[in-house]
Design a protein around this ligand. Structure first.
Ligand SMILES: Cc1cc2nc3c(=O)[nH]c(=O)nc-3n(C[C@H](O)[C@H](O)[C@H](O)COP(=O)(O)OP(=O)(O)OC[C@H]3O[C@@H](n4cnc5c(N)ncnc54)[C@H](O)[C@@H]3O)c2cc1C
Length: 260
């Protein structure tokens, strides 16, 4: 079985983000990046397929040189091979552009299973995964919190509104977009990190994938006009400090309100 995992690098959750002068995106120089947390559950799911039997795990990511670090981490966790679409022509792609690139890689790899995160923590569109499935003409399920993967089909549990759950069966090839908390993500072992250095990372350009002029900032159909921080509302109190400090301040406030 071949499993293709789409993982995106996003600004680290603790990173301080400044908005670019044109207001259309964040300044990313000097910003620490990490693997999109939703995608770490997708990667873990793929590695469990591999632990359970014959499977090749291929990870793909679109982005600049810094993405190599995310791919090496995934290889260190146990993935076999990586595809890095590193091309300025891909930058600024809207969800359809990103989906076209991932679908073109999938067309070359013909995986039995594509695993993605439910959404990215920076763009939050939750649109790329179903678009990849549509472009590949395969079934998909999103907001998945549990997977039973057999040789030719997948049974998933999806989250619905109001806490209801849905059980869905899909024939392979198919795409599954995982919700956070779907499994317990492993850490890369020292041995794994050492072996990762020798594992292949295949660099691809937009032209290699036959998508010249169809993706990137010049081809967007969804234009991000501006991103901004809403003004602080009356009485809103911004909690400052590290994640741990903010959490304990918050618990203190909830207790003050007699809600705990
Ligand atoms: C400078 C700049 C300008 C931009 N301008 C625009 C714009 O005008 N319009 C616009 O729509 N978008 C723009 N974007 C891109 C936008 O931020 C999103 O990244 C893009 O639209 C995809 O949406 P999403 O990240 O919310 O993915 P979702 O739809 O939330 O999908 C998330 C899932 O898709 C997969 N995925 C997403 N991105 C990647 C990736 N790079 N590599 C591998 N897998 C991936 C992962 O599995 C992930 O869990 C811009 C980005 C930059 C850096």
């Amino acid at each position: 079985m071949k499993v293709l995992v789409c993982l995106k690098q996003v600004p680290h959750s603790d990173a301080r983000l400044d908005i670019r002068d044109d207001g259309a995106w964040i300044k990313d120089d000097g910003v620490k990046f990490e693997i999109n947390s939703y995608d770490t559950y997708a990667l873990e799911q793929a590695l469990r397929v591999k632990d359970a039997g014959e499977a090749e795990v291929v990870v793909v990511s679109i982005g600049p040189d810094r993405v190599t670090q995310a791919l090496r981490t995934a290889l260190g966790m146990g993935a076999d091979r990586a595809v890095h679409v590193n091309d300025p022509e891909a930058e600024g792609s809207d969800p359809l552009g990103v989906a076209k690139i991932l679908a073109a890689v999938a067309a070359e790899e013909s995986p039995d299973l594509i695993l993605t995160g439910f959404m990215s923590e920076d763009g939050n569109f939750a649109a790329v995964p179903p678009m990849v499935a549509r472009l590949q003409g395969i079934p998909s399920a999103t907001a998945v919190v549990q997977c039973e993967i057999s040789d030719s089909s997948v049974r998933v549990e999806r989250e619905l509104e109001g806490g209801a759950m849905e059980v869905v069966d899909l024939e392979m090839p198919c795409l599954i977009a995982l919700q956070t908390g779907a499994n317990q993500v492993r850490y890369a072992s020292l041995k794994g990190i050492m072996q990762a250095k020798k594992k292949p990372v295949d660099a691809k350009t937009v032209a290699d994938l036959g998508l010249a002029g169809q993706v990137g900032a010049s081809a967007v159909k969804v234009v991000i006009e501006k991103i901004y921080r809403p003004d602080k509302g009356e009485g809103a109190e911004m909690l400052e400090g590290s994640t741990g400090e903010v959490v304990s301040q918050l618990v203190g406030k909830i207790k003050e309100l007699g809600l705990l």
